[in-house]
Design a protein around this ligand. Structure first.
Ligand code: ZN
Ligand code: ZN
Length: 139
């Protein structure tokens, strides 16, 4: 759970983190997952009847490349900027778990690639074209 204490002040900064494993339990698969900690740094600003919360989410994703199946690790940073109706706040603690989950899920690409121009696997030997495959390198 990621919770932020909304104090009386203006423009207060916050920094919270939680274990990615617990946070995304049953959500991602063995081929695609977040590891380590999900860290959120940001600030909130009160504006009339709304509360604006914005900041950055830091996370580390581990996945198998869709083309060459290489295990890949990627550090990601995602920005968010949300306006929350103050009347939705029932206490001075705001649970931003759903917000963070939504931002992270929406930010994931349709294809997971180890690099944008990954050449994939060799149709001849089945090994990564840019790695173990030696089919064309012998000539
Ligand atoms: Zn790849
Ligand atoms: Zn090959």
């Amino acid at each position: 759970m990621l919770k932020v204490l909304i104090s009386e002040g203006q423009g207060e900064r916050f920094s919270v983190q939680t274990s990615a494993e617990k946070f995304f339990k049953d959500f991602f698969s063995d081929e695609e997952n977040f590891v380590g900690n999900i860290k959120v740094e940001g600030e909130f600003v009160k504006d009339g009847s709304s509360l604006i919360i914005r900041g950055k989410i830091f996370c580390r994703k581990v996945f198998l490349c869709d083309r060459c199946l290489a295990k890949t690790q990627e550090d990601q940073v995602h920005e968010f900027d949300e306006e929350i109706d103050k009347f939705q706040l029932t206490s001075d603690v705001l649970d931003i778990s759903e917000l963070v989950r939504d931002v992270l899920v929406a930010a994931q690409p349709i294809q997971n690639l180890c690099k944008p121009d990954c050449k994939g696997l060799c149709p001849n030997c089945g090994k990564p074209l840019e790695g173990e495959c030696t089919c064309n390198k012998r000539n």
